[in-house]
Ligand binder design. Sequence first.
Ligand code: ATP
Length: 245
Amino acid sequence: MLALEGISFSYPGLPVLEDVSLSVRRGEVVSILGPSGCGKSTLLSVAAGLDAPPRGRVFLDGRDCTGKPGGVSYMQQEDLLLPWRRVGGNIALPLTLGGMSRAQAHQAVEELLPAFGLEGFARAYPFQLSGGMRQRAALMRSYMASSRLMLLDEPFARLDALTRASLHQWFLDLVHRLGTSLLIVTHDIDEALYLSDRIIVLSARPARVVREMDVPDREGRSLHGLTKPDFTRRKQQLLDALGQD
Ligand SMILES: Nc1ncnc2c1ncn2[C@@H]1O[C@H](COP(=O)(O)OP(=O)(O)OP(=O)(O)O)[C@@H](O)[C@H]1O
């Protein structure tokens, strides 16, 4: 569905990505792990078409989308809800900006609110929601922008550990039901192992792909699995790849 081929990218005087190739298949959840500042967010921005790399191409369903935004949804690290808009209005925003009537957009939002655990909260303001609910609303807004492929930059990083764990479980189930493809940037190895079908490890800047790991059986996962030997072995391998053993 998404293919990045041989992407290199620099900011003035700062090489950030070096010949990075990766793909996300239909319905697949792929996580990107890498040291702080290595270029993970830049890679998502290139994948979203917001930055055009001087070398390499981005393909979406086989079409060259390099430097062309709009084909996927992209939730950035600080992607907050607009505080002056109700939750329903925030979530409907990508639809109304795309030209849908307000009535139709709100109808579409109403229908999906239960799946995102937000039933009955369309008329609330963001400050009235818990942190976990706000994050679910932000995820739902991204889903409205593109239900096929979502690029998520550290989607759970701002949450406390307990909220994050419960959101992980919910998210795994939701992704399974909706069949969305996802490319997720995270710095949390447990999160990557818990949520993904495949994990891509990047080196320090300029980022190269240093390891790709398949993680089988996403659908049968539970939080108890996080202590199993299989999980611990993979975690050690990822730590080795990140050079943090
Ligand atoms: N617009 C920009 N102009 C110049 N340099 C930038 C810009 N955006 C990011 N950088 C630099 O590029 C490098 C990669 O940044 P990026 O945000 O992609 O890394 P990251 O791996 O997502 O970081 P983190 O783990 O801290 O979120 C960093 O050194 C950053 O300071």
